[in-house]
Design a protein around this ligand. Structure first.
Ligand SMILES: Cc1cc2nc3c(=O)[nH]c(=O)nc-3n(C[C@H](O)[C@H](O)[C@H](O)COP(=O)(O)O)c2cc1C
Length: 202
């Protein structure tokens, strides 16, 4: 039995990251006949940005919540539950201005919850969502896996840091990179990513 949480975040129609993330999740599901797939489509259903309701509620007991605070915590609890229930996360994002999409950042703000997905200990934070595997599917116009682009990739190290905070350290990145490089850049990038996906699913 395997539970897959598929989070997609590109606002672009015909997004490469969304397409490849879906393909990966479906292949993983096929290899786990008893598995389940939960989809969180952040482009179709964007989350609200963190507001004062959420920022204040996380420091209050539930009995003291206003209606807005209670609603923000309910949303966060729902997103946290999806993460905790999953064995595998597949996260697809466009590379936007050297980082992840803003709607994926909102998702992170709701799932990075002290006492829920990590806790503070005398020796530092400890993740509470351990034992999971995460795949990050990242589509970019340019090349960031090697050369001078590495220093400009704020998406991959950031996502790895956030996933590590909640206890997920087994992370594989699938890049669809260089889609804007030349007339066959997108086709080459998608083929390379599909080959990696096929290796993962094999
Ligand atoms: C507003 C915007 C900002 C972008 N910023 C970058 C960038 O900083 N670096 C880059 O290589 N590509 C950038 N791109 C190109 C996207 O990464 C590229 O179109 C990619 O395919 C998007 O992922 P998707 O296909 O999953 O939507 C940007 C695209 C948009 C629309």
């Amino acid at each position: 039995m395997s539970s897959i949480l598929l989070v997609t975040a590109s606002p672009r129609p015909n997004s490469f990251s969304t397409q490849i993330a879906i393909e990966l999740a479906e292949l993983l599901l096929t290899s786990n006949a008893a598995g389940t797939l939960v989809r969180r489509d952040l482009a179709a259903n964007p989350l609200p940005h963190m507001d004062s309701g959420f920022a204040t509620a996380i420091h209050k007991p539930a009995e003291a919540f206003s209606a807005a605070e209670a609603a923000a915590i309910r949303l966060s609890d729902e997103l946290v539950a999806e993460v905790l229930a999953a064995d595998t996360l597949v996260i697809g994002t466009a590379f936007i201005n050297f980082n992840i999409t803003s709607n994926l950042k909102s998702w992170i703000d709701y799932i990075g919850r002290a006492g829920k997905t990590f806790r503070y200990t005398p020796s530092g934070p400890e993740g509470l969502a351990k034992g999971k595997k995460a795949y990050v599917v990242l589509a970019s116009g340019g090349i960031y896996s090697h050369g001078s682009g590495i220093a400009l990739d704020h998406a991959t190290p950031y996502l790895k840091s956030v996933l590590a905070l909640v206890g997920i350290t087994d992370v594989e990145v699938i890049r669809i990179e260089g889609v804007n490089r030349g007339s066959d850049g997108a086709a080459n990038a998608v083929n390379t990513a599909r080959a990696q996906v096929a290796r993962i699913a094999a």
